[in-house]
Structures are given as C-alpha cells and as structure tokens.
Design a protein around this ligand. Structure first.
Ligand code: UGB
Length: 615
C-alpha cells in the first residue's frame, strides 16, 4: 500500500484518549486511516463519527484494535501459506449417545433433565441478519406456525415459562439474547410490544455484538469505504462467548448456582423437544460440553462432529463438511466420508445447540477472555494470494468453543432424530427449492413449519394415538406434509412422559388440526377426522378431560397463495416466505378461562366433573 500523507496528529483531535488511540493505530501501521484529512473546521462531524467508531470497536474487542490487527496478520499469513488447520490430526467417530429411539433410556434422560430445569439458563444467538432468507424483519418475529401465528420468540418464552412451572421451587429461567446492530432495536421493540412474552424483564439479558472492521490486505490494513468511514462486518456467532465474559453474566449465573448454559439459534421450533433429554445426558455423563446432533448423510452440507486426535490433542469438534471429506481421504480411508449400514456418516451433523457446564465454561472464559478460535476466509484474486477480491474480516463460530475443551473435560455428542430436534428457517423459497433439489435440507419457512407439526405428530404416536399422515405435497417446489397439524403447547407438555400421561388412545387423520394449551388437559379416545380441528385452551387451574369425542368440522384449511398474492405487499411477508396461509373454516374451540374441573363428553358438550360416566 502506498504511503499516504498524514496530517499533523495534534490537528486530528483535541481529545487525549482519541489521540492515544490514533498513536496506537499508527504504531500498528494504520496511518492510511488518517491520511488526507481535511483542515479543522471541514467535515468535523464525519471525523468525530469515525473516531467514535474506532473507539467503540477498540473497547469492545479484547486486546483492542491493535490486538485485532495483530490477530488478523497472523491468520492472514497462515491463510496465505494455505496451511491445513487439521494437519497431523486423524478423525475418529465421536462415540455419540444415540437418542433417536424413544425407549426407556430416553425417558430416564428426560426425567433427569426435567429435574435440572432450575439450574439451567439459555442463550439465544440472534444477531444474524438472515441475508439468505431475505426477510425484512428479525427472524425471532417470524411465526413458527401460521395456524395460530406464534413467533419464534413467543414460543421460546412459553417453553421457559413451562420449565418454570415444572420446578419444585419455581424461579425464572435466565434468557440471554445476543443481538447485533442489525437486530437489536427490533428485538427490543418486539419484547416491549409483547410485554416480554410473559417473561419478567429482569430474566432477559440483551447482549449486543459489535461489528468488526474489514481488512484490506495481508498486512492487516483496515479497509475504508470512503474517507472517515470504515468497512464494518459481522464477527459471527462466536462473539457470544466474549460477551458472556465481558458482561460478567456467565460468572454471575455460575455464582447464582446455575449449572448449565444451553446455546441455541434464532429459528428452531423443535429445540425444546430434545432439550430435557440432552440436559439429562449432560447431567448423567458429567459432560462439560454436549453438542446436539443429527444423523447426517455423507457429503451433506452440514458440519460433522468428529473426534480429532493428533498434535498432542484429542478434541471432539465440528469439522465443516468441505474439510471433513478431504481430511478423511488424507488419513483414514481413500473413500472419504462413507455411509454406515444405516446410510449415515460416522460423523453426526452439528445443529449448533450446545449444552455447556458453567463451571468449566467460566474457567475457560477467564483464561481466553472468550475469544474463541477466530478464522479468516479471504477470497484472493491472484495466484500469489496477495490481493483480496473484497475486504475480509476475522470471524468466530460459537461451536468452536469446543476447541478449548480438551482431554481434561468430558465432551460428548447427543444424536436425535432430525425432525424431532431441528428445523431452521434460513433460505428464501427459490434457494430452498434448489437445495432440496440437490438433496439437502431446504430450511425454508414452509419446511420448518411442516417439521414442527411433524414433531407434534411424533409426540402423539409415542403416546399411543393413531396418526394417519396426509400425503406430502409440493408448495413452490418445497416439500410440505399438510397434516395432521399438531401443536402441543409447552404449557401442555414439555416431555414425552407428560404427553403419555395426558393422551391415551384416539386417532387423528389427514389434514386434521389439534392444538392443546394448558397444563391439565387429558384426551381419552378422541378421534379427529381428516380436515377437522380441535382446539382446547385451559387456564391455570382448569382441569379438562375429553372422553370419546369424535371431532368432525371444517377445521382449518391450508390455502396456497396466488401468484398475485405472492407479489403483493399486502400479503404478510411471513406468508410469502412459505407460499400459503391457513384459514379457520370452523374449528371447534374450547376455551376454559375459569379454574374448575370439566369434562367434554362424546357429544362435545361440556359438563362439570364429576359427571355421569358412560358405561
Ligand atoms: N448469528 C449471530 O448471532 N451473529 C452473527 O454474527 C451471525 C449469526 P446462521 P451458519 O443450522 O445447519 C450454523 O447464519 O453460521 C446467529 C452453524 O455454524 O443461520 O451459517 C444467527 O442469528 C453450522 O455448523 O448459520 O451455520 C443464528 O441464530 C450449522 O449448524 C445463528 O447465529 C448451521 O448453523 C446461526 O447463524 C445449521
């Protein structure tokens, strides 16, 4: 880079702290940032904003801007050499705990996890812009389902409230939400507008991640968009660890007796299905770090969890799929990532839901300041790897925390059925359809909703209800199973054992709908016909038994959006990312707003309990 002309430093600012920072940056070879500045009195506002940006980033990054630049130079030098981060390592199967079957061990883990709810806190990383989805709002506001239109954040809050109601001594479950410049204001506005979704304001902690400066070249020069304006980019979800450290929240939770932190992504309606059992696994096996995972087809574009041994290390970490296959070919077998007898890779797919023991986490945060394995991924425009196509930046991923958990810690992997534990909203309709066509998970609004209902059906089946699925159909070239649409609210059931005790017998068919909300509802031999809908909402203290009811009505109908509706601004965006809406044509709704004991009998009439029982 050509040496630029720098102004007399004293002329740049009269603020001593800013002068000190400028001196540090010039020391770090960033003179170009202050070159060709206008005389005092010209563009002063832009200069002040530029210096404020620098100061903010300097204080938010451990080690300051000088540290960031030094880290960038080291990583860029390694990238230029093309060094293989896994050189000397051999991948092994991570010996996962298999929770794909709902057997006695699943029940044991769930019960253990449930008993541990009072010692668990949650971290939601929600700073992502969702560029691939192309949604104008925040992802937490997107409805997980459009039968009743429940936003993801409302669903998560309901899960936390349900956890609280199941504790022997109820206490609020802490929820930490990481936002970013892109999502912070909208997240706060959503919480305010919905009265914190029933949570106490004090139990929710917002941590905003900062953008980091982009880097123009291998020397680590910070990139300028124009004079007085840095190019800023997201640093990745790994920022959460730094923020939990610098805010003191991780240490505080540990001191308050919380034992585990659960990390989760912004859109995954099924995450709480698997959590009780995953928590139970962490407790029983004493795992310091437990990754939730799914069975993965070899080559599938999902990071694989592998045990890597070599270079004096023995780690269970996420290896990106494009690195895993070459690593296997170079070490274990020339065939690379091959399927086992069930067609799955030996390396389960990471879904980025992590259960981490706070005692070990806080110790690791202390020693690392929460800076977790940064990486850089510049795209070069020349063979000598000297010129970048566009400025790059250092990034971190929250799952790379595992790189700091060595043989002294217990690191494990818990594998669940995919639809049971994971389905995210990441892609717009066209991209999702292309991914589906290529054999990968589409991760669209429609497929996430379809999977959400599917997991609900699984709960009914496990409880012994007969479930006849409607045939899968394509909506905008994306697969959707239109029913039965089953929504068992967290207040109704958080564990499989709860579903089993509350539902016995019965049948649900085709495009039927079932919504159950409230802790004390019991269904006995209830039959819901294809297309019909039963909705029961029972307030706290209302005990409702439904016996031998046959539900037949016009229910809810899934209506495809027309081309004109897809294009129209008047159609809510959350529908346009799916391609359909769901309309109530005559669902039977029972709402119990007063505590009491009720029976809905075979005729559908509501009576007070005890009533004449049918012979
Ligand atoms: N996020 C932030 O909070 N801040 C950021 O700067 C960036 C993201 P993406 P990604 O589900 O299959 C992850 O972009 O990173 C939040 C795993 O790394 O949706 O491409 C954001 O709001 C990958 O191993 O996903 O891939 C969202 O909640 C695999 O598990 C979360 O971070 C993959 O997810 C994830 O961000 C997957």
């Amino acid at each position: 880079m050509k040496k630029p002309k720098t102004m007399n430093r004293e002329n740049l600012t009269h603020n001593p702290a800013e002068q000190a920072l400028i001196a540090q940056l010039i020391e770090a070879n960033q003179e170009h940032l202050f070159a060709d500045w206008d005389e005092p009195g010209i563009n002063d506002e832009a200069k002040a904003a530029f210096l404020a940006d620098l100061a903010r980033i300097n204080s938010s990054y451990p080690g300051g801007l000088a540290g960031y630049i030094a880290n960038a130079r080291t990583l860029l030098a390694e990238a230029k050499e093309g060094s293989n981060p896994f050189e000397g390592c051999v991948p092994h199967q991570p010996n996962p705990v298999d929770l794909t079957q709902f057997d006695a061990s699943y029940d044991r883990y769930e019960a253990l996890g449930k008993a541990h709810f009072g010692k668990t806190a949650f971290v939601l990383v929600a700073g992502g812009l969702g560029e691939r989805l192309g949604y104008s709002g925040i992802k937490l506001d997107i409805p997980v389902e459009v039968t009743e239109t429940t936003p993801y954040l409302a669903h998560y809050a309901a899960c936390l409230k349900a956890m609280e109601s199941r504790m022997e001594t109820p206490r609020p479950v802490p929820l930490i939400i990481m936002t970013s410049e892109d999502t912070n204001a909208k997240t706060l506005a959503s919480l305010e507008a919905h009265h914190w979704f029933g949570l106490q304001k004090e139990q929710v902690h917002i941590l905003k991640q900062e953008l980091v400066p982009a880097i123009a070249d291998n020397e680590g020069h910070l990139a300028l968009e124009k004079k007085y304006k840095l190019v800023l980019k997201p640093h990745g979800h790994g920022d959460i660890h730094m923020l939990l450290h610098t805010s003191g929240i991780a240490a505080r939770l540990h001191a308050q007796g919380y034992e585990h932190l659960v990390f989760m992504q912004d859109t995954n309606g099924q995450v709480f299905n698997a959590l009780p059992a995953a928590l139970g696994v962490s407790v029983e096996k004493g795992f310091d770090f437990n990754s939730l995972a799914v069975n993965r087809i070899p080559g599938e574009a999902v990071g694989g969890l592998a045990r890597l041994i070599g270079n004096g290390k023995d780690l269970i970490i996420n290896v990106e799929y494009n690195q895993l296959d070459p690593l296997l070919r170079a070490t274990v077998s020339p065939e690379g990532d091959v399927p086992n007898e069930r067609g799955f890779s030996l390396f389960p797919g990471n879904i980025n839901v992590l259960v981490v023991k706070l005692a070990s986490y806080t110790r690791i945060l202390e020693s690392t300041q929460g800076i977790i394995a940064e990486f850089v991924n510049p795209k070069y425009s020349d063979a000598t790897r000297t010129v970048f196509k566009k400025p790059t930046r250092l990034e971190t991923m929250m799952q790379d925390l595992a790189k700091l958990f060595g043989p002294n810690e217990r690191v494990g992997v818990s594998v669940f059925d995919r639809r049971w534990c994971f389905s995210a909203v990441k892609n717009n309709v066209a991209d999702a359809a292309a991914k589906y066509k290529a054999g990968g998970p589409p991760e669209s609004g429609a497929t996430a909703e379809s999977d959400f209902y599917g997991a609900g059906r699984t709960r009914l089946s496990v409880a012994g209800m007969t479930v006849n699925e409607a045939p899968e159909t394509l909506i905008l070239d994306l697969p959707m199973t239109p029913g039965p649409r089953v929504i068992l609210r967290p207040s109704f059931a958080l564990t499989l054992e709860e579903v089993r005790t509350k539902i016995s017998g019965g049948t649900i068919r085709g495009e039927a709908t079932l919504v159950l909300e409230g802790e004390n509802i019991r269904l006995e031999n209830v039959e819901i016909a294809d297309g019909a809908a039963l909705v029961i909402k029972a307030c706290a203290g209302a005990q409702v038994t439904v016996r031998n009811l046959k539900v037949a009505n016009d229910g809810f109908e899934l209506v495809r959006l027309t081309e004109a509706e897809m294009q129209s601004e008047a159609t809510p965006e959350y529908l346009r990312i799916r391609g359909y809406r769901i309309e109530n044509r005559g669902a039977k709704v029972y709402a119990f707003t007063t505590p009491g004991t009720y029976l809905i009998d075979a005729t559908g009439a509501v009576g007070a309990w005890p009533v004449q029982r049918p012979k």
